[in-house]
Each structure stands twice: as structure tokens, then as C-alpha cells.
Design a protein around this ligand. Structure first.
Ligand code: HEC
Length: 129
């Protein structure tokens, strides 16, 4: 009986551990990655005005460092705080891309960008350029 109880508890504990680590993996996988998830959106909808050829508003959006350096209004984003990020604000109020300059950013893409910024460590802001 003693043995069976131990085996049972052992089984319980390892299933709990398994479930917890699956949860952690799923969480990690759902944090958007700049190169994998974010840059393709910028490439499709922003870089023709904020990239190699043009830097409207003096903003280059090709790397995280230059986004943090920002344009004429300062940093385009605030790590850990999507709500206070200029880039999100402009997208939220549908001001970027400029009116009559499709394609627009979809709701899903905006949500992804919010998640990406909110998951970003605040220390990213102080990474040397
Ligand atoms: C057709 C060209 C064009 C496209 C496409 C475009 N922008 Fe812009 N963007 C501009 C212009 C022009 C300005 C400067 C506007 C101003 O200063 O009033 C600007 C300014 C900005 C700024 C503010 C820069 C600063 O420091 O003042 C941000 C942030 C921004 N854009 C983000 C984006 C994002 C994100 C996308 C893609 C979803 C995008 N833009 C697509 C033309 C564009």
C-alpha cells in the first residue's frame, strides 16, 4: 500500500511538472519575435517609407536599435509598455501608414505588435547602439 501510494504521488507530481513545462513552452512560443513575426509586417507595410530608401519622420524601422533610437518625435516604442509606444498609438488611431497609403495594418497585426512590445524587457531600452 505504501508503495502504491508513493507511485501514485510520484505519478501526480510528474504529470504536474509535465503540464507546467508545456505551459511555459507554449508561453515562450507565443511571444512574438522581431525577425520572425514583426519585421515581415514592417516590410510589407512600413519599410518603403521607413527603410533603406526613405526615412520619413527620420524614422528607420529595420532594426530594434533604430526603432528605439526613433525619429523626430523620439523613440518609436517603449519596451514593456505598448500603450506608451508612439508606433502603437499611431497604428491604433489609424494614422500610419498615412491615409490613402494602403495596405493598412490589421487588428491581428496590431495585437501582435502590442504583445511584442509588452513582452520586451525594459532593459532593451538601454542596450548600447
Ligand atoms: C507612404 C509612406 C509611409 C508609410 C507606408 C508609413 N509611414 Fe510612418 N511616417 C510617414 C511620414 C511622412 C511620417 C512623418 C509624419 C509627420 O511627421 O507628420 C511618418 C512618421 C511615422 C512615425 C513617427 C516618427 C517620429 O518620430 O515622428 C512613426 C512611429 C511611424 N511613421 C510608423 C509607421 C509604421 C509602423 C508604418 C507601417 C505600419 C508606417 N509608419 C508606414 C510615412 C509613412
Amino acid at each position: 500500500m505504501q508503495f502504491r501510494l508513493h507511485a501514485f504521488l510520484g505519478g501526480m507530481i510528474s504529470s504536474v511538472l509535465a503540464i507546467t513545462s508545456v505551459g511555459a513552452d507554449a508561453k515562450r512560443a507565443s511571444v512574438p519575435d522581431f525577425h520572425r513575426d514583426v519585421l515581415p509586417i514592417f516590410e510589407a507595410k512600413c519599410l518603403r517609407c521607413h527603410g533603406a530608401k526613405r526615412r520619413d519622420g527620420k524614422l528607420d524601422m529595420r532594426t530594434l536599435d533604430v526603432l528605439l533610437a526613433g525619429g523626430v518625435s523620439g523613440p518609436a516604442l517603449k519596451p514593456g509598455n505598448a500603450q506608451k509606444s508612439l508606433l502603437i498609438e499611431l497604428l491604433h488611431y489609424n494614422e500610419m501608414p498615412p491615409k490613402k497609403e494602403p495596405p493598412r495594418v490589421t487588428k491581428e497585426e496590431l495585437e501582435l505588435l502590442r504583445k511584442w512590445i509588452n513582452a520586451m524587457p525594459v532593459s532593451a531600452a538601454t542596450t548600447p547602439k
